[in-house]
Design a binder for this molecule. Structure first.
Ligand SMILES: [Cu+2]
Length: 168
């Protein structure tokens, strides 16, 4: 009986955590600011928009507020069909990094975005939503943490101006 209670308690903790954390699956249930797919790293949310041969990455905080992209650079590895294409991402304006590459868009394409400094890597499946209950065994060991507690999100940051070039 004691064991049963402990298990139940652990399960309820897990469910509470799942409901409040924004995992890939949770993020895919939310409207994204620019119609792309949102993934999170330790420090940021990245939103990836794929259009033809153009990749646009929006850098945001955990409340989807804009974070200036000046000084950042990045690489996107696009896996589509049998091809693997590296795309260099350069900051343009506001919170945007952009790049163009000779890849073909496909429903099952994967894009791994890595932004420096302080390397932040996020994995996207731009045209597929994450499974609601991903099997733990299928999560690559190198993937970003599965989620984090949204209760620690500072929603006040949404009031920040979209362009704050002076912010360090
Ligand atoms: Cu977040």
């Amino acid at each position: 009986m004691k064991l049963f209670k402990t298990t139940l308690f652990a399960a309820s903790l897990l469910m509470a955590g799942y409901a409040s954390a924004h995992t890939d699956a949770f993020l895919d249930t939310q409207p994204s600011p620019h119609g792309g797919q949102v993934r999170m790293t330790d420090s940021y949310h990245f939103e990836l928009v794929v259009k033809d041969k153009d990749l646009t990455v929006y850098v945001m905080d955990h409340g989807n507020g804009a974070v200036a992209s000046g000084g950042m650079t990045g690489t996107a590895t696009v896996l589509s069909g049998d091809a693997k294409v590296e795309v260099k991402l350069e900051p343009t304006t506001d919170n945007i990094l952009k790049g163009t590459g000779d890849f073909k868009t496909a429903d099952d394409m994967k894009v791994v975005v890595s932004i420096a400094p302080a390397p932040q890597t996020a994995r996207f499946t731009p045209f597929q939503k994450a499974e609601a209950e991903p099997a733990a065994a299928e999560t690559p060991a190198t993937a970003a943490p599965a989620g984090h507690d949204m209760s620690t999100m500072d929603m006040g940051k949404k009031d920040m101006p979209a362009t704050d070039a002076t912010k360090k």
